[in-house]
Design a protein around this ligand. Structure first.
Ligand code: C5P
Ligand code: C5P
Length: 439
C-alpha cells in the first residue's frame, strides 16, 4: 500500500538523517517543481538539513557523478534510471509516478503508486501525502499538489485520494470550458486563447465580443464576468456558441473539463494558469524562480510573471518556424529537425501543441528534434488520441545507436548523441515505414 510505503519512508529517512544530510533532486516540470516546494517546506518544518536541486533529466553521466555521502531523494524522476542507482553506497528514496521499467534494487526505497498498482497520482500529490503524514500543519501545501496534478494532465478521472487533496486545498472545482485563466474577464480570455483555438475568435477582439453576444452573455458596464463566475446556463450557452463557431475543429470532449480554482498568494487563481507559468520558468532556464514562486516568494512571483510572457513569445516563434520549415514526411509520420532553432526545453511543448492541432490527422506520429548542450533532445507525440506506442517505437530506434528513452505510449522522448543525428532519422524512418507496410 502506498500509505504504508510513505510511513516506512518517514521512518527510514528519520534514521538515515541522524548521521547524514539529505540531498533532494527533483524534475523541472510543474509536477517536479511543486513536488520540490512541498518537500522543501515539509523537511524544513521537520527540522532536517537538506539541499534541493532541480534538473531537466537524469542521464547516466549525471547519476554516476552524484556522490554517496548524503542520503539521496528523487522526486518525479528516477523510476526509469534504477540501473544507474543500484551501485550507490547510500540510502536512496524515490517518490515518483513514472512507470518502473527495471528491477527495483535493494538500496532503493520506492514510493510510487504505479508500483503498488493503486490510484494514479502525480508526484506532487505523493509528496503532499508524505508531508501530511509528517504533520497536519502541512495541509497548507495541498494547493501545490493540485497545481502539480493539473500540470501533468491527471485531472480528468481522479479517485478518492486526489479528491481528499482537493478538499484539503479548499479547491473550487467547476465543470466548464478548458480555457485559461478562467479568472480573467471572458472577452480577454477568449481573445487571447490559443488552446482551444477558436476560428474567428482567437486573436480577434471583435470576434470575441461577437461570440459573447451569440451566447447571450452581457457585460456589466463594459466588464465581463470571468469563466468561473458563469452559472450553469451561461456556461452551456457559451459551450454551444464555441462549438458552432469551431465546426469540426474542436470537439466537446476536449473542450469541457474541470476547472480548478486554488488560493495562491491569497488570491483565487486558476491552477492551469499557475501550472503554465511554473512550467514556463523551468523551460526558460529559471527553475529557481519557479520554486521560489511555489514557496510564496514575492520577488519570484514578479519574475515568474515576466518570464511567462517571454516564454509565450518563444512558443509563438517556434510554431512559426515549424510551419515554415522543411519536414521529413511519410504516410503516417512527420519528423521536424529544428536543430538549434527551437530550445530543447520547449520542443516537447511544441510537439504537444502540434499533436492537438486539427491540421493533422488522427494517429500521425510527430517526432521533433532539437539540440541541447551536447546532445539531441527528441520528443514524440501522437496526433489525436490513438496510434502507435511511441515509447516502444523510440526504444527500437535508440537501442542500436544508444541513448535514453522514456515516457508514455502517446508521449515519449529520448536523448541521443549529436553524432547520431542522421542515423537516428534514418532508423526512425525505417521503423515507421515498416510499421506502415505491416498494417
Ligand atoms: O520531453 P518530452 O516532453 O517529449 O517527454 C515526453 C515523456 O517522455 C515525458 O513523460 C518524459 O518524462 C519522458 N522522457 C523520458 N526520458 C527522456 C525523455 C523523455 O522519460 N530521455
Ligand atoms: O510524464 P511526463 O510528465 O514527463 O510527461 C510530460 C508530457 O507528456 C506532457 O507534455 C504531457 O502532456 C505528455 N503526456 C501525454 N499523455 C500522457 C502522459 C503525458 O500527452 N498519457
Amino acid at each position: 500500500m502506498l500509505f504504508d510505503k510513505i510511513k516506512e519512508a518517514i521512518r527510514r529517512i528519520e534514521v538515515a538523517s541522524q548521521t547524514k544530510s539529505l540531498r533532494v533532486i527533483s524534475h523541472f516540470d510543474t509536477d517536479g517543481v511543486t513536488s520540490a516546494a512541498i518537500f522543501s517546506r515539509a523537511l524544513a518544518r521537520w527540522g532536517k538539513s537538506f539541499s534541493m536541486e532541480i534538473v531537466k533529466s537524469l542521464d547516466e553521466d549525471f547519476v554516476k557523478g552524484i556522490g554517496e555521502k548524503d542520503v539521496l531523494i528523487f522526486l518525479d524522476l528516477a523510476s526509469g534510471s534504477l540501473d544507474y542507482l543500484k551501485d550507490k553506497k547510500t540510502e536512496v528514496f524515490v517518490f515518483d509516478h513514472h512507470e518502473i521499467v527495471q528491477e527495483v534494487p535493494s538500496n532503493v526505497f520506492m514510493v510510487n503508486p504505479s508500483y503498488e498498482k493503486e490510484e494514479n497520482l502525480c508526484s506532487a500529490t505523493i509528496c503532499y501525502l508524505f508531508a501530511k503524514e509528517l504533520s497536519n500543519v502541512n495541509k497548507d501545501l495541498a494547493n501545490l499538489a493540485v497545481i502539480g496534478t493539473v500540470g501533468d494532465i491527471m485531472d480528468k478521472n481522479y479517485g478518492k485520494v486526489f479528491s481528499s487533496v482537493l478538499s484539503d486545498a479548499e479547491t473550487t472545482v467547476k465543470k466548464g470550458i478548458l480555457l485559461y485563466p478562467s479568472t480573467r474577464p471572458l472577452d480577454k480570455a477568449l481573445e487571447y486563447s490559443s488552446q482551444p483555438y477558436i476560428p474567428g475568435v482567437s486573436g480577434s477582439r471583435t470576434g470575441a465580443l461577437g461570440l459573447l453576444r451569440d451566447a447571450g452573455i452581457e457585460s456589466d458596464g463594459g466588464k465581463y464576468k470571468a469563466l468561473y463566475e458563469l452559472n450553469d446556463e451561461e456556461m452551456g450557452r457559451l459551450i454551444t456558441a464555441i462549438l458552432l463557431k469551431s465546426k469540426s475543429e474542436v470537439n466537446e470532449e476536449g473542450l469541457v473539463g474541470n476547472l480548478f480554482l486554488v488560493k495562491f498568494f491569497n488570491k483565487l487563481e486558476d491552477a492551469r494558469e499557475l501550472s503554465a507559468s511554473i512550467n514556463a520558468c523551468s523551460r526558460m532556464d529559471s527553475p529557481e524562480i519557479a520554486l521560489g514562486f511555489c514557496m510564496g516568494n514575492k520577488y519570484c512571483k514578479e519574475e515568474a510573471e515576466k518570464v511567462y510572457i517571454t516564454y509565450k513569445q518563444s512558443l509563438v516563434a517556434a510554431l512559426k518556424y515549424v510551419s515554415e520549415s522543411e519536414k521529413v514526411e511519410g504516410k503516417d509520420y512527420m519528423i521536424i529537425n529544428a536543430r538549434d532553432r527551437i530550445k530543447d526545453t520547449i520542443i516537447g511543448t511544441v510537439a504537444s501543441i502540434l499533436s492537438h492541432s486539427p491540421l493533422y490527422k488522427e494517429g500521425l506520429v510527430i517526432v521533433a528534434l532539437s539540440y541541447n548542450e551536447d546532445k539531441i533532445k527528441v520528443s514524440a507525440r501522437i496526433a489525436g488520441r490513438q496510434g502507435r506506442n511511441l515509447r516502444e517505437l523510440l526504444h527500437r530506434v535508440v537501442v542500436p545507436i544508444g541513448g535514453e528513452v522514456g515516457g508514455h505510449p502517446n508521449a515519449a522522448g529520448c536523448l541521443i548523441s549529436r553524432g547520431a543525428e542522421d542515423k537516428f532519422i534514418e532508423e526512425l524512418r525505417k521503423v515507421l515505414d515498416v510499421e506502415v507496410v505491416k498494417v
